[in-house]
Ligand binder design. Structure first.
Ligand code: ADP
Ligand code: MG
Length: 620
């Protein structure tokens, strides 16, 4: 047996260096955060060999006092908090006072700094087992430079875990991309092996910010995104940023940036809320893309739960989850064909909270929905649409004329737009139907050019949204089970079931406690009578325990309604009259989420005259 002895400072720091992630990307994260904490507005990063050979960061922040230089390299030394209470409302990115000590214990690190008011600059480096510091005069403008060479030169075991230069560089670049999205007010530059890779100028106006987002996430993302701007006044939560249209989804969850009070985080609760908000519109297995900024009272979020601070803990899980879900669900629901451009709107969200008016029910296109076992639902008059799109009120005024228009033009199938509307703004966003192609597509003409609609996909969404509305407005009908199902659960879950009794009741479930660790399901919604209610209740409780809320029941109901809608929609090869086609276009304009079918496929596409002209090289 060995005797107990204290670790040397270097060894203790080397162990801590492993916890921080132990690769160039984690080094650069700490260094960039230090510069930002120092109020820097300009950050220059030079990297060699993926960051393994060299990482140099120069900032124009407030610098470090000569007398503090030695301390900055020792463990548990920080200028950012003084007492425990400061952690409650910590506003800086760092606060553990470990980064520089750890990094300098596993590399050759030199820190050079000049304080705002200082006459001269000084450098510091540490040496030996004890990490004794040595200070020397240097030349440097106001601010700080950290130069880190030969990462893990003295810990060969760690060095082996490093990947190729390219892979390490990719990770490092990803860190810089994330941080640059969190601070539009800062200039960033990055060069690798002497080549400039990124050069990001301060972005003040919305346009400039979108340019930066495009530089980081690709121009396609910004082109196909919706701007988000939401506030919950009562709780003080606010959310802004950009989310992708459902039709711009990704096979990987790689374009998902979420910031909480300016800090980049990856959080299960956030991912879950976002996924749910997209659940109705995303193609199976696809991932949404987003750049979102959540702001809330720092006292409501704990950032000290993970060494790299990638995770946070919200004091009010449920509040945050519901706010995110609702905000995003709402924004996606409000996407409509835009009245002006015939394209999907960029900023529908901004107005989402402002106007909300009900417009009278448009006549359906009168197709029979085959009996799928829930005829009572389908027989319900569909409720009025809600819409925030300016075209909606236009449509209300005009809706009577559509029928006539359709009938009148039916014979010729040749809608003369010029006659119908000498003023361009009179043409609705999806235009007027001209013909049906191969029994599958509707060809329409609007003010900008042509529109092609997949009629089955579009109609499916319209029927689905109608079913969902009638379902909620009719109040959930529920039926008792002949034999109650008893479910064995953990004591925690049983308590949770009892506590959320009201939520279950609202969705048509009646649960009763049987004992410490079991409950009985006595009553279920009619729609779900044939499904695996036991599994459903288990899933819901697991969600509620982990996240404070669950939408599993609603999702199961939606899944069923979606299947019904699919069966109830126009099939291919069904001949539609022009009037029916026009009605479908009008219904699309006023239906939530009508840009995607229930499976997340797009329902329509547009081509402008100028795009057509280009195709035929007209005017070139
Ligand atoms: P922490 O960031 O958790 O405080 P670090 O080890 O990263 O711990 O840094 C230690 C201290 O060194 C910081 O608290 C700060 O006072 C100072 N410091 C580090 N980097 C910079 C910088 N770029 N500009 C000014 N001060 C810095
Ligand atoms: Mg730090």
């Amino acid at each position: 047996m060995q005797r107990i002895q204290l670790l040397s400072p270097r060894l203790a720091n080397q162990i801590a260096a492993g916890e921080g992630g132990g690769r160039p990307a984690s080094v650069i994260k700490e260094l960039l955060e230090n510069s930002l904490d120092a109020g820097a507005t300009k950050l220059e990063v030079d990297v060699e060999q993926g960051g393994i050979k060299l990482i140099r960061i120069r900032d124009n922040g407030h610098g470090i006092d000569k007398d503090d230089l030695s301390l900055s390299l020792s463990r548990h030394a920080t200028s950012k908090i003084v007492e425990l209470a400061d952690l409650e409302a910590v506003g800086s990115l760092g606060f553990r006072g470990e980064a520089l000590a750890s990094i300098s214990s596993v590399s050759r690190l030199t820190l050079t700094s000049r304080r705002v008011d200082a006459q001269a600059a000084w450098s510091v480096r540490s040496e030996g087992r004890e990490m004794a510091t040595e200070i020397s005069p240097a030349s440097h403008p106001q601010g700080t430079s950290v130069e880190m060479r030969d990462l893990f030169f003295n810990t060969p075991a760690r060095r082996k875990f490093m990947r190729t230069e390219n892979t390490e560089f990719k990770h490092l670049d990803e860190v810089l991309r994330r941080i640059s999205l969190s601070r539009f007010d800062v200039d960033f530059s990055l060069s690798h092996n002497g080549r400039v890779i990124r050069q990001l100028k301060k972005a003040q106006s919305l346009r400039e910010q979108e340019r930066r987002v495009a530089a980081i996430c690709g121009p396609a993302f910004i082109d196909q995104s919706i701007k988000v701007e939401m506030q919950a006044e009562s709780s003080g939560l606010s959310l802004r940023g950009w989310i992708s249209l459902p039709t711009f989804s990704r096979s990987q969850a790689d374009l998902q940036y979420f910031f909480v009070n300016g800090r980049v985080i990856k959080d299960r609760l956030v991912t879950h809320a976002l996924r749910q908000a997209y659940s109705d519109v995303l193609f199976n297995g696809r991932h949404p893309a987003y750049v979102l900024y959540l702001e809330l009272d720092p006292a409501l979020v704990d950032v000290n739960v993970h060494p790299t601070k990638h995770e946070v803990r919200f004091r009010e899980n449920r509040l945050v989850h519901d706010f995110l879900f609702r905000a995003i669900h709402r924004v996606i629901g409000d996407v409509r064909p835009d009245f002006q451009s015939g394209k999907l709107p960029q900023d529908s969200a901004a107005s989402a909270v402002v106007a909300e008016q009900a417009i009278p029910q448009q006549q359906g296109i009168g197709l029979n929905v085959p009996d799928s076992g829930s005829a009572e639902l389908l027989a319900q008059p569909a409720p009025a649409y809600q819409s925030v799109n300016p075209s909606a009120s236009y449509m209300r005024e005009q809706s009577n004329s559509y029928g006539q228009l359709g009938r009148a033009s039916q014979a010729s199938a040749d809608v003369n737009l010029a006659q119908l509307a000498d003023n361009e703004s009179q043409v609705p966003p999806l235009g007027f139907a001209i013909a049906q192609l191969h029994g599958i597509y509707i060809l329409a003409q609007n003010a900008q050019g042509m529109i092609v609609v997949d009629m089955h996909a579009a109609h499916e969404r319209i029927v689905y949204e109608r079913l969902k509305r009638s379902y909620t407005e009719e109040k959930v009908r529920s039926q008792p089970l002949l034999v109650p199902v008893s479910v064995a659960l953990s004591a925690l879950e049983v308590d949770c079931a009892e506590e959320h009794h009201g939520m279950f009741a609202q969705l048509g479930f009646e649960l009763a406690r049987l004992g410490e660790e079991s409950i009985a399901i006595r009553q279920v919604p009619v729609t779900l009578a044939k499904s695996d209610v036991e599994q459903l209740v288990r899933d819901v409780l697991a969600d509620v325990v982990a996240l404070g809320s669950s939408r599993k029941i609603q999702e199961s109901i939606n899944e069923l309604l979606s299947t019904m809608a699919c069966h109830g929609s126009v099939r291919a090869n069904r001949q539609l009259t022009i009037a029916e086609m026009n009605q479908l276009l009008r219904d699309m304009e006023s239906t939530e989420r009508s840009g995607q079918c229930n499976h997340g496929r797009p329902t329509w596409t547009a081509m402008s005259l100028s795009e057509l002209d280009k195709l035929f090289m007209r005017g070139q």
